[in-house]
Design a protein around this ligand. Structure first.
Ligand SMILES: Cc1cc2nc3c(=O)[nH]c(=O)nc-3n(C[C@H](O)[C@H](O)[C@H](O)COP(=O)(O)OP(=O)(O)OC[C@H]3O[C@@H](n4cnc5c(N)ncnc54)[C@H](O)[C@@H]3O)c2cc1C
Length: 460
C-alpha cells in the first residue's frame, strides 16, 4: 500500500491551491492528488467539438471532472468578496478570507492571469446601484476578474506543469471508500489502496453525494436543506451593456412581491455562450464567455435562480433538484429553450416559433419546448416577476424573444461539521471547497485550500 504524508481527494481549484501551498513551504512532503477525471492536457467534451451533438454521457464528464475541476472550462470569473461565493467567513474572519483571496490572485497572476479588475465602486457603478435600488433590486458589492475561458484553461495547465514533478497527481483514480485505522487514513479505489497521515476532501459539487455518504459512515454530522433552481436567460448583449461594460458581472438580488422569495442573477456572461453540463447524471445549463474578441457571441447570458430553503420534515434538496431537472430533460430530450413571450402566453416554443426569434440561441443543441410543464408554478412566477423587474433597469429584458433555457440548478453540498480550522472531528481530516458545502466559487474554494494547507503546515 503506497503511503503519503498528505492525500487530497479532488483536483479542483481547492485541492490544487492546497497542494501548491504545501509544496511551496515543504517540498519534502509526499503529497498525492487523487482525481477521478482526466489530465488537463487531454480533457475534452464531445459537445464542445460539435455543438449540435447530444451529451454522450462519458464515464467522467470532461466539463465537470479532471485536473482543474469543474472550473477548468469556466471563464474564470474570480470574485473578491465575502458577500457571496461561499460561507468561509462563518469559520474565519472576513478580513482573513479577503487576504487569502488576494494571495490566491498573486499565484494566478504568476501563472498568467490578467491584473485587470472590474468594480462596483466606481461612480458609474454607484449610479447603477441607485437605479437598481429604485426598482427594489439590490446590486451586491464586489470586484471581479474575468480571465476568459481560453486563458483560464491555460492557467490551469501552467499550474499542472508546475505541480506535476512535485506532487503525485493520479488521474482516473476515483476514491470509493475512506476509513480510519491506526491513526492513518485508508483510501480505497476498489483496485488499489493508499494510505495517508493527513486527508483533505476537495471533491466539489460533483463528488458531494459520495462525500456525504462517507461522512455519514464516519458519523460526522451534516447539514443541508437548500437549493437554487431556475433558468438561464439569454438576450442581445446591448440590453445589459450599460451594466456589464461597467461591472462585468452584476449580482442582483430581489425579493418577489408574490412569495417574498429571493431571486438572484448569477454567473453573468457578456457576449458569452450558453452551455450544457452533466450535473450528477442530469443535463443542466450554464454559461461562460471568452476574452478573445473573435470568440465572443452577440448575446449576454445569466442565470436567474430562486433560492429555496426547505423546512422539516423534508431534507432531500438534491433529490428534489434532480427530479425537476430530470423532468425537464424528459420533456426536451435534454435542455429546453423557450421564448419568454411564449411562456407568458402559456404555449410551447416549437421549432417554427423559434425560427422567428430575433435572438439566436448560442446553445444550438437545446430543443424548443415548454418550461411551464417542467418548473413548479412558484419558481415560474418568481422568475417571471424578476424578469419584469430587471426590465425596469435594462429595458428589453422582458422582450418576447428573450430566451430561457432550463433548467439551471445549483446544488448545495451537505456541510460536514468542521471546526474553525476546517478540520472534521477526525484528527488531520479536513474538508474544503464546494464539496464541503462551505464555498460556491473559484475564489473561496481556492482560499479554503490555501487556508487548510497553512493549518497543516502549522501542525507539522
Ligand atoms: C461551467 C461552469 C462555470 C463556472 N463559472 C464560474 C465562475 O466564472 N466563477 C466562479 O467563481 N465559479 C464558477 N463556477 C463554479 C466553480 O467552478 C466552483 O465553485 C469551483 O470549481 C469549486 O472548486 P472545488 O475545488 O471545490 O471543486 P471542483 O472544481 O468541482 O473539483 C472537484 C474535483 O474532485 C474530483 N472528485 C470528486 N470526487 C472524487 C473522488 N471520489 N475521487 C477522486 N476525485 C474526485 C472531481 O472529478 C473534480 O475534478 C463554474 C462552474 C461551472 C461548472
Amino acid at each position: 500500500m503506497k503511503h503519503y504524508d498528505v492525500g487530497i481527494i479532488g483536483g479542483g481549484i481547492s485541492g490544487i491551491m492546497c497542494a501548491y501551498e504545501l509544496v511551496k513551504n515543504r517540498p519534502d512532503l509526499n503529497i498525492c492528488i487523487f482525481e477521478r477525471g482526466s489530465s488537463i492536457l487531454n480533457r475534452s467534451c464531445p459537445l464542445t467539438e460539435d455543438k449540435a451533438k447530444k451529451c454522450v454521457k462519458c464515464p467522467t464528464c470532461a466539463i465537470m471532472e479532471g485536473f482543474g475541476g469543474c472550473g477548468s472550462f469556466s471563464d474564470g470569473k474570480y470574485n473578491f468578496t465575502t458577500e457571496f461565493g461561499g460561507w468561509l467567513n462563518e469559520y474565519i474572519s472576513s478580513d482573513k478570507v479577503m487576504n487569502l483571496i488576494e494571495y490566491m490572485d498573486l499565484i494566478l497572476v504568476d501563472f498568467g492571469a490578467t491584473t485587470q479588475r472590474f468594480s462596483t465602486r466606481t461612480p458609474k457603478a454607484r449610479e447603477l446601484r441607485k437605479l437598481a435600488m429604485q426598482n427594489d433590486l439590490h446590486l451586491l458589492q464586489a470586484e471581479v476578474k474575468h480571465l476568459g475561458t481560453e486563458n483560464n484553461l491555460k492557467i490551469m495547465t501552467n499550474l499542472f506543469n508546475h505541480l506535476k514533478d512535485k506532487v503525485d497527481v493520479r488521474h482516473h483514480t476515483e476514491i470509493k471508500d475512506i476509513s480510519f485505522e491506526n491513526s492513518k487514513y485508508i483510501l480505497d479505489t476498489a483496485k488499489e489502496q493508499f494510505s495517508s497521515d493527513y486527508l483533505i476532501g476537495a471533491v466539489g459539487r460533483v463528488g458531494s453525494e459520495w462525500f456525504t455518504e462517507q461522512c455519514k459512515k464516519l458519523k460526522i454530522n451534516l447539514t443541508n436543506n437548500q437549493i437554487d433552481l431556475g433558468v438561464r436567460v439569454e438576450l442581445p448583449y446591448e440590453i445589459f451593456s450599460h451594466i456589464t461594460d461597467e461591472v462585468y458581472e452584476a449580482k442582483l438580488h430581489y425579493h418577489t412581491q408574490k412569495y417574498n422569495d429571493l431571486v438572484k442573477t448569477f454567473c453573468m456572461n457578456p457576449r458569452g455562450h450558453v452551455v450544457t453540463e452533466n450535473t450528477i447524471g442530469v443535463m443542466t445549463v450554464n454559461g461562460h464567455s471568452y476574452s478573445d474578441e473573435s470568440l465572443k457571441s452577440d448575446n449576454t447570458n445569466f442565470a436567474l435562480l430562486v433560492s429555496n430553503k426547505f423546512t422539516s420534515p423534508f431534507n432531500e434538496p438534491i433529490k428534489y433538484g434532480k427530479y425537476i431537472a430530470t423532468l425537464s430533460n424528459m420533456l426536451g430530450d435534454g435542455v429546453i429553450v423557450q421564448r419568454f413571450g411564449d411562456l407568458i402566453k402559456g404555449r410551447r416554443t416549437n421549432e417554427k416559433r423559434m425560427k422567428k426569434s430575433f435572438t439566436i440561441p448560442t446553445l444550438q443543441s437545446a430543443n424548443a419546448g415548454d418550461l411551464g410543464l417542467a418548473l413548479p408554478k412558484r419558481y415560474l412566477d418568481n422568475i417571471i416577476e424578476m424578469l419584469y423587474s430587471l426590465d425596469n433597469i435594462a429595458r428589453g429584458t422582458a422582450n418576447y424573444d428573450t430566451l430561457l433555457y432550463g433548467v439551471e440548478v445549483k446544488f448545495y453540498s451537505a456541510r460536514p461539521e468542521l471546526d474553525e480550522k476546517l478540520e472534521t472531528k477526525y484528527p488531520n481530516f479536513y474538508a474544503i471547497g464546494d464539496g464541503a458545502g462551505i464555498t460556491r466559487s473559484l475564489s473561496q474554494a481556492a482560499a479554503s485550500g490555501i487556508y487548510v494547507a497553512r493549518n497543516i503546515l502549522e501542525k507539522l
